[in-house]
Design a binder for this molecule. Sequence first.
Ligand code: GTP
Ligand code: MG
Length: 333
Amino acid sequence: MMCMMSLKCTWECCMQRCARLLASVCRPPLSVSGSLTRPSIRALSLSTTAMAKSKYEYVRHFELDDLCLPNSWIVVRIDGKGFHRFTNEHGFEKPNDAPALELMTRAARDVVDLFRPDLVLAYGQSDEYSFVFRRQTTVYRRRASKLMSQVVSQFSSSYVFHWPSVMGARALRQPPTFDGRVVLYPTDRNLRDYLSWRQADCHINNLYNTAFWALVNRGGVTNAQAEERLRHTLAADKNEILFSEFGINYNDEPALYRKGTVIVRSLETPGEQDSKLSSDTGAPDGSTAPASEGVRTDPKPVGVVKVLNCDIIGDEFWNEHSSVLSGNNKKAK
Ligand code: GTP
Ligand code: MG
């Protein structure tokens, strides 16, 4: 049989066309329900794939690689979208709602678990959490969009998933959402300064909010008056207002509120951890708050996850958890 489609037709081409013609003449019948039977579905999908490869596959080249630079710390920070409103609508206690902060940490721990052992540290305060991937990680080939979307997605769904068990009778009235960003830090100092910046932010906001709500709730002034009173004050002034007018020693406020929360994977054994954790954590009421229940032995030997409410600006934390910066966490795999 001669192929009439092309003058450049070869013998091989003719044979292929004959085979295709035969296949279509001898195609299997439709099933009773009218759907295609298995062999024909397979043939159909094969031909669709072939078509996609030959004609449409070029669009793949529009997908640009967004690889994070090698040998740099990858930080993914998530932040609640419109949480000023969200927290009001859900009746969060002002300025700090302990169960709500615990819920953030529960969600963050799921993210840490998802990426173990590559995610070496997480730090959270208010409606945000920063996740630090080890410098040499190759997870998702260091693709920024993959890392960020997985973190935000896991965090959001875990936040909703754990809501009933952590928030008790409070109903979730609207779906919370979080934004995310990826930032790279080339040096250990840059990474530490980043985390210091977030913890300093926690301190500044919490001191202001504690003074503000003391003035409003206990001092009986309006929001506008409290704002006016605190305008242009320094940290020492706010401490003084709290102490002299309300008998509040700011340093006695729960460490959870003053310091935020650090989740760190440590290579130390669980036995070594138990005693240390109790002094590191700052349960809001001095009891064993959920945040202090951070000691967990993983089924796989990937170290111990600790949840702390401690200072991460000074050297002490970094000396105690030297494996975070040295990269020895990888050995825990
Ligand atoms: P975008 O992030 O820009 O979408 O705005 P946002 O409304 O989420 O504000 P932002 O992230 O700057 O600040 C977080 C807000 O969440 C705070 O201003 C508080 O209003 C609220 N928030 C966070 N934690 C608590 C809490 O424990 N209690 C209460 N009452 N509010 C909280
Ligand atoms: Mg926010």
